[in-house]
Ligand binder design. Structure first.
Ligand SMILES: Cc1cc2nc3c(=O)[nH]c(=O)nc-3n(C[C@H](O)[C@H](O)[C@H](O)COP(=O)(O)OP(=O)(O)OC[C@H]3O[C@@H](n4cnc5c(N)ncnc54)[C@H](O)[C@@H]3O)c2cc1C
Length: 197
């Protein structure tokens, strides 16, 4: 057995909880202990900054929110949990509808920007995976972002936000094809298959 003598605060675990604790302890020096390299072997990494949804017929956003609040043991903002679970559950791109799916994808990207901090990452909008699960074909989504060939993730979010009415009920003039291009861009970012500019 190896012993270690350190004057640093020891944080066991390098998921979101451990990293957040380390951040809050700054400027105190910290020693993070993790059996796996940073970014692997943790629920935080497996979740990939994504957001789960209530999928089962008997499941509801309210149950998902209640589960999240219970698991958070006092650190979850109930209003945020309720908002997120409702928006994600409502995601739908069938028929004429695309607004709800676009809103859910944007929310997921915005949460990633807030928690992971990839807002300054540049994205190539001329080559976006048309199907993020297989990424076998690409599309040019510039038309959904004022013709720009590349933008940072934060600029992408800001541009799409500028295309909606104040309540978010009308987006891109309700032109489904353009909404779809924007949605695919967020989908690629959320699934970590977007290309850097
Ligand atoms: C696919 C998926 C989707 C999710 N979706 C959502 C969602 O929509 N909403 C939501 O609120 N939550 C969601 N979660 C849950 C959320 O990701 C976790 O609650 C959160 O990441 C837990 O963070 P943590 O730091 O407590 O644990 P982890 O991120 O699991 O970190 C634990 C750390 O401890 C280390 N460790 C483990 N055992 C030991 C040991 N014996 N000694 C030393 N170190 C050890 C691990 O290596 C790791 O570094 C999801 C999780 C997954 C996997």
């Amino acid at each position: 057995m190896t012993t270690l003598d350190t004057g640093r605060v020891i944080v066991v675990g390098a998921g979101l909880a451990g990293l957040y604790a380390a951040l809050k302890l700054a400027p105190l020096p910290v020693l993070l202990i993790s059996p796996e390299p940073l970014g692997s072997g943790a629920s935080s990494a497996w979740a990939q900054g994504g957001v789960a949804a209530a999928m089962g017929a008997e499941d509801t956003p309210m149950r998902h929110a209640a589960d999240t609040i219970r698991a958070g043991a006092g650190i979850v903002d109930a209003a945020v949990a309720s908002y997120v679970t409702t928006v994600i559950k409502a995601a739908n791109a069938s028929g004429a509808s695309m607004n709800a799916m676009l809103k859910a994808q944007m929310l997921s990207t915005a949460l990633g920007v807030y928690f992971i901090g990839f807002g300054n990452v540049g994205i190539d909008l001329t080559k976006v995976c048309a199907n993020p699960t297989t990424c076998t074909s690409y599309e040019n989504t510039s038309a959904a972002f004022g013709g720009a060939s590349s933008l940072t993730v934060s600029q992408i979010l800001a541009y799409a936000a500028s295309q909606s009415n104040p309540g978010g009920t009308v987006w891109y003039g309700q032109v489904k094809a353009t909404q779809g291009l924007a949605k695919d861009t967020y989908d690629a970012i959320n699934n970590q298959v977007a290309f850097g500019a």
